[in-house]
Ligand binder design. Structure first.
Ligand code: VG1
Ligand code: CO
Length: 542
């Protein structure tokens, strides 16, 4: 039996999408009507959905399958003609963007809380991506939130659950559901961008790598692309089976959480290259043997070497980075004579620049890199671009990055995260910083050029986003940035970003924590971090 029912409901407070969608504990999402309200608010906010196609999939975390069944029934009841679902409910965030674009669908719904842990007591998330393939811009997320606050009914089909594990099509009421291979279209896109023959030849000649999928969504993608298509040794992909709780880990590809990989890349006999990806496959960490590449440097190096890759052989139109990302990519843009764009944190701000052909590569300091091939950051794409550059230059990761620093100077950089602090204390800290007038003042010998709360006017559509992070910029170009995370689900997370430019190659080998020690102290004192949060040290340093 398949009858459409209209269910009466009342709004839930706080269905406000953050940096990347709505993220809450599973228990919150599992409450009756919670997911349904949000999904109906999406359908009510994106224009007429009748007769349209929607893409649905997620990172495979706990509650993914349950949520997909609900979304399918609601899509059918709201008049969608067709939904494309990744087999097993699996679809990495960049693959979702790829499929939305390739099949010109009316956008998609991605179920992910990305790097946040998964499992019955952990996090779940949902976001809507627009037909261009990217995360909904603020105007749409605001409309969804506004709708969620007045919602009084949702539409759902009374029907049984569908088998998501078998490829092919099925009917749900009037709607067609197509379960498709989540890897194939994405892998084909990657083959069109990079020199697979050169990378395959490198593997054949003995090049070795490790890829840590962290038991999250990229496992099947990495096995297919790296091991099957490129011929990397079986076992190159570690933790390659997606698990609902990510094996109890924190699928955040950084030096702390991807420790298995870091260990594998350390010491004699370690492979040439290492990489890890996050929960939903849109981020990457890149390592050489005994060598860590900061995400900001990674974007700069990829931009400087992009023409080695067939998909970028004609050169770049521009490079965009989020404000807290280091200025290393700007130096490459200046040398190439192309524009450098600075946007607020979150991939949704790159969409207009990519659509307008103003930027080709984009990146964030938080291990996100991507290009105009899709409208999301893309972990495996970055890994493949590195492989293409390594195969082309036939040098080690360390040699390529240190040569880059010699040419451009080094933007010494670090991010300090204070996770799970008290929300009121975090807000107080930000208010305190917002109220400071520091221009011309000297802080431990560093003179402040200006301080502000970053505001952004989109150069394409003119939309304005305010309160995007406190900047304290010094006369020598050094910088401290403070922001609160918009992806967490418990308390607040303070992120402090510290950067200093070092032109002298003799000092490029210094440990960033030592090289930035003065600025780190200034940041802690200025914000009164310990006094306000009780934390003497950050939880995570990257
Ligand atoms: C973090 C990162 C940001 C990234 C966002 C989503 O946001 O800092 O750069 O775009 O996560 O990435 P926040 O607000 O916590 O700092 V993902 O891979 O979680 O979709
Ligand atoms: Co992610």
């Amino acid at each position: 039996m398949t009858a459409v029912t209209t269910v009466a409901t009342t709004p839930f407070a706080g269905q406000k999408p953050g940096t990347s969608g709505l993220r809450k504990k599973v228990a919150v999402f599992a409450q009756p009507h919670y997911l349904e309200n949000f999904v109906q608010a999406v359908f009510d906010s994106i224009g007429a959905v009748a007769g349209k196609t929607l893409v649905v999939g997620g990172d495979g975390r706990y509650h993914n399958r349950t949520a997909i069944q609900v979304i399918l029934k609601m899509a059918a009841a709201n008049g969608f003609a067709r939904v494309m679902v990744g087999r097993g409910g699996i679809l990495s965030t960049p693959a979702a963007s790829c499929v939305i674009r390739k099949y010109q669908t009316f956008g998609g719904i991605i179920l992910s809380a990305s790097h946040n842990p998964g499992g019955p007591t952990e996090d779940f998330g949902i976001k809507y991506n627009i037909p261009a393939g990217g995360p909904a811009p603020e105007a749409i997320t605001e409309a969804i939130f506004a709708r969620s606050q007045v919602i009084d009914r949702y539409r759902i089909l009374e029907a049984g659950n569908l088998d998501l594990d078998r490829l092919g099509t099925a009917r749900l009421g009037e709607m067609t559901v197509e379960v498709f291979d989540p890897v194939a279209d994405y892998a084909a896109l990657m083959e069109s961008l990079f020199d697979f023959a050169a990378i395959r030849a490198a593997f054949q000649a003995g090049f070795r790598m490790k890829f840590d999928a962290m038991h999250a969504v990229t496992g099947p993608y990495a096995v297919e692309i790296l091991e099957r298509r490129l011929g990397a040794t079986p076992g190159t992909v570690m933790n390659g089976v997606p698990l609902e709780d990510f094996g109890g880990g924190h699928p955040d590809p950084n030096l702390v959480h991807a420790h298995d990989l870091v260990e594998a890349l350390t010491g004699e006999g370690a492979p040439d290259f290492g990489a890890a990806s996050d929960g939903d496959g849109d981020r990457n960490m890149v390592l050489g043997r005994d060598f860590y590449v900061t995400p900001s440097d990674s974007l700069a190096v990829l931009a400087a070497n992009a023409t080695l890759c067939p998909g970028y052989a004609k050169g770049l139109k521009g490079i965009a980075r989020s404000m807290p990302t280091s200025a290393a990519p700007d130096r490459v843009a200046a040398k190439l004579g192309i524009p450098a764009w600075e946007t607020p944190t979150g991939w949704k701000f790159f969409g207009t620049l990519l659509d307008a052909g103003k930027a080709t590569l984009c990146g964030e300091e938080s291990f996100g890199t991507g290009s105009d091939h899709v409208r999301e950051k893309d972990g495996l794409w970055a890994v493949l671009m590195w492989l293409n550059v390594l195969a082309g230059r036939k040098q080690s990761v360390a040699d390529i990055v240190t040569a880059h620093w010699r040419e451009f100077g080094r933007n010494v950089y670090s991010r300090h995260d204070y996770e799970g602090i008290d929300s009121a204390a975090a807000d107080g800290l930000m208010e305190h910083l917002r109220g400071l007038d520091l221009k011309g003042k000297s802080l431990d010998g560093y003179t402040v050029a200006f301080n502000d709360d970053f505001a952004y006017t989109d150069p394409v559509d003119g939309s304005v986003s305010v309160r995007q992070g406190i900047r304290v910029v010094f006369e020598d170009g050094s910088r401290i940035v403070f922001r609160l995370s918009g992806t967490g689900t418990e308390g607040a997370t303070l992120r402090v970003y510290i950067e200093r430019y070092e032109p002298d190659p003799a000092k490029h080998g210094l440990d960033p924590q030592a090289a930035l020690a003065d600025l780190i102290k200034i940041a802690r004192d200025l914000a009164g971090i310990e006094a306000r949060t009780g934390r003497a040290e950050p939880t995570v340093i990257t």
